[in-house]
Design a protein around this ligand. Sequence first.
Ligand code: PMP
Length: 368
Amino acid sequence: MDPIYLDHHATTPCDPRVVEAMLPYFTDLFGNPSSVTTAQGRKASNAVEDARISIARFLGIQASELVFTAGATESNNVAIHVEGHVITSAIEHKSVLLPAQRHEHTILTPDGEGFVTVDAVRDALRPDTKLVSIEAANGEIGTLQPIAEIGALCRERGILFHTDATQALGKVPLDLTNVDLASFSAHKLYGPKGIGALFVRRGVRVRPVMVGGGQERGIRSGTINVPAVVGFGAAVQLRKLEMAEEAARLTSLRDALWDRLTAEIEGVSVHGPRALRLPGNLNVSFDRIESDSLILAMRRFSLSSGSACSSGERGPSRLLTAIGAAEPDVVNGAIRIGLGKSNTAEQMDWLVEDLKRNVARLREISAA
Ligand code: PMP
């Protein structure tokens, strides 16, 4: 039997209903959506535009403001392809941080719960600041950033505001009123991998990273991945119906787990806020325990210590170091518990039991 999956921030399984919606677009409905002189192309184009409309409706934006990309990595790279000073935070995904470092940039340090405050952004603004990029939700400690407030400040000052909403889409309500650019990836919300989108508010100009056939208003050349776009649309439709209920269920599983771990195990630290947090996220460390050893010992569960893109790096994560939570000899890495659709209360009981047993055993070994 496979271990119980608790890594839903890294990716989620594609919902079978999403796969079913995609399948005809590999075979019967194979047309190239740019080839509108053919009936096949027009059918494919209609499917792409239907998906665009349903995703845009869910986001409260115009369909013409949504550009399909190969995922959030690409969307982030396009969004940050600007001239001028860029402000971002130390806990962003690398697909934001690395492009930002190509420009004049300021990297903000969030507070101890991972929040980037409006004041911190205001203090960092310069006359030549072109763009601020702050994620909507953090994939490691779950912090939900005040993007409406940061966006309002940017708008007031005539500065572009981009948010990487990859971890937020389909998990929590998203308010894009004050946002100019936003990145998404379908595989975080039970859709397929390799498909995402960039919201580009009407009137905002972005420079493409790749040039070619001029698809997607020239922002993203290349033949559109029609089955994946259809899957993205179907995944969003399902989230529209199921998100609120699942968010409430996961929040209560998560809070119960939080309370039990802190009550039943000594020397536990939970990282990140209790409120304003992604429903399925818990990030916890145990004094005198290396997270790598604990993850290895917890064989019944698929766990990680943080971003899949940085797994393999040893020691406390870049994020825990940035928020000041990584005290040497105390917090030697944390485990990230990423809950999703398949997880149950019974599994949480098993998780607490296994954590208790393994933490005690590893502490005994290290004391010996
Ligand atoms: N941003 C965030 C916050 C993410 O969690 C991820 C995926 N780990 C990405 C961007 C990149 O998404 P993708 O790998 O689908 O391009």
